[in-house]
Design a protein around this ligand. Structure first.
Ligand code: 13P
Length: 293
């Protein structure tokens, strides 16, 4: 099986009222956790890779590691560029073997956002590669991407309808009040806006900044058309705090497996809980019943 189609995976999620977890990959262990938990739960895995992480891991290593995980997996594995900043970046990862890309042109005025996103769709769709676009501006800190709260903006339903129609995207990251990184206080998601965007687009919607959002709010967002939830910060926190705990007071410990192993296990627990919250466990299309049939 080659890398899976994000559009297929998300359409199934939307039709069956669950969401697929997009796990941001930071290193080999993150990638293994995402695919291992997906395998256990018979859920699709979406491996989200930012440009910063590609610079850190190397593009060829990233694709090779994802391919190794995918070759062993019996569930769909999507290799997805997160927050692609330019046509050149998209073209680069497409050549390297990614099956899905996000073009984030949300920093531009609407017409330019549509034009660049459309250009990416025209490159990708003939190659069978799926495209996520962003509308409004999601605030917060994501890797090298910094969007100050003062310039963050919510997506407008009328613009969402036009954006989806004019670009042909397979998934829409519509800004509804979530933010990347840490929240100050309870995140305020605009559910009325989300419901309206879902009504006028009927495209799978993506909730970015999934860390720190209350479980009940995530469940409500899924019931209103969110089919993919992106998680990074919470996984980084659980991974790193475990490394810190293991190393604290153990100055003689030098084998990386002794702290990366426990960190990986702890992160697995966190990812498992999220997949269950998203309802992405044994979905009929990918679970044992589907394999048997
Ligand atoms: P968090 O780091 O807030 O979980 O957001 C991840 C994300 O949305 C990646 O695109």
């Amino acid at each position: 099986m080659e890398f899976a189609s994000m559009a297929t995976v998300l359409r199934d999620a939307l039709a069956n009222h669950y969401a697929v977890g997009h796990v941001n990959i930071n290193n080999l262990e993150f990638l293994q956790v995402a695919v291992e938990v997906a395998e256990e739960d018979h859920s699709p895995a979406i491996l989200g890779v930012s440009e910063g992480v590609i610079q850190y891991m190397g593009l060829d290593y990233t694709v090779a590691m994802a391919r190794a995980a995918k070759n062993q997996a019996r569930v769909p594995v999507v290799l997805h560029l997160d927050h692609g900043s330019s046509f050149a970046w998209v073209a680069r990862v497409v050549r390297a073997g990614f099956s899905s890309v996000m073009i984030d042109a949300s920093r531009y005025p609407l017409d330019e956002n549509i034009a660049l996103t459309r250009q990416v769709v025209e490159l990708c769709h003939p190659l069978g590669i799926d495209v996520e676009g962003e509308l409004g501006r999601i605030g917060g800190t994501d890797d090298d991407l910094l969007v100050d709260a003062r310039v963050a903006a919510l997506a407008r339903p009328d613009e969402a309808e036009r954006f989806v129609r004019d670009t042909g995207v397979d998934a829409l990251a519509a800004a509804i009040g979530s933010a990347h990184g840490h929240y100050h206080g309870r995140p305020q998601l605009d559910f009325v806006r989300l419901a309206e965007i879902h009504r006028v687009t009927s495209t799978p919607l993506v909730l970015h900044g999934g860390s720190g959002i209350l479980d009940e709010d995530i469940a409500r967002a899924i019931s209103l058309g969110v089919a993919k939830v992106n998680i990074n910060t919470e996984n980084q926190e659980v991974f790193t705090s475990t490394v810190r705990q293991v190393l604290l007071g153990h100055d003689a410990l030098y084998d990386p497996r002794k702290y990366l192993g426990p960190a990986k296990e702890a992160m697995k627990g966190a990812v498992r809980m999220k997949f269950r919250l998203f309802g992405a466990v044994n979905p009929a299309s990918w679970g044992p019943a589907a394999a048997a049939g």
